[in-house]
Design a protein around this ligand. Sequence first.
Ligand code: RIB
Length: 342
Amino acid sequence: MKKASLSDIALRLGVSKTLVSFVLNGKAKEYRISDDICQRVMDVAKELNYTPNRIAQGLRTGHTKTIGLIIADIANPFFGKLGREIEQEAARYGYNIIFCSSDENPEKSAQQIAMLQQSQVDGFIISPPINSEDQIRTLAKGQIPFVLIDRFFPEIDCNHIVVDNFDAAYTATKHLLSLGRRRIANITLNLDLANMKDRTDGYKQALRDASIEVDENLVKVLPFSHENKDVALAINELLGKKDDLKADAILFSTSKIGIMAIECISSLGLKIPDDIAVVSFDNTDAYKICVSPVTVIGQPLKEIGKTAMQILLNEIKHPGVKVKTQKVTLKTEFIVRKSCGS
Ligand code: RIB
């Protein structure tokens, strides 16, 4: 069956293809088209099961009303929730999102950027993998607006939205110290990721400011592709001997690490917070139903999504106009529950 086109709708109503295009692209008010005509166009479009050809629309109007979103892993609760916030904000302005998971692999993100450019996206929102500086530099020299989220490269002048990871980890570590914990560990990811490095730096600074020497044996750095076995090894090194626990508290730099770690702690027969206090980045729902609901560092996902879309739309609407890059650092929320004791 032939796909319905703008011409089919125009022919059916005896109006111009341009009028139909204005109505279907949300420009009816701008061109003073009556509500009655708009309704008739929408009714015929629905009857003919019209679906816009984004590529043709892009060639005709220069816009496909699509945004390419590249994040590490859409299955990760943090990125999944963040992607949802971005998608909802984009829909408010008639934009659709094309999701890509880079798996923190720069070769993958380069392929995804190329695919999205061929798809004529109007802009990018990217959580850049490590070693993807060159592809971000190339984007910065191009014409397609983009904004980095979750981490950025200080040496590249471009839009970014991040949270204050250093301050968040500092606050969480100080909280553990205020409750009398002294042998505080940190389980984190590949410190080539700027946000992970800032988290561990904030944790270490809080220890130093409390005159506690940083013990590198209490800092466990996992590969990005960490699995249960990697987390289990770290937990066993820290807590393997029940009568000689190396740590009395742990800061998890991501919720993915934290959830796997809490399962390991439980399998060792240890109790949270009695034997070990825990704090984690990312306010994932699973933490609320733990036996001792977990004290977390929550990131402002809705605000990140809104801010990213506002920055992009401003540049999309003013093509070619060199606007000042937007560098946004948002505060996190420290949510105290029961996993640190009192
Ligand atoms: O796995 C999700 C975590 O890593 C979040 O804290 C986010 O900041 C990402 O970088």
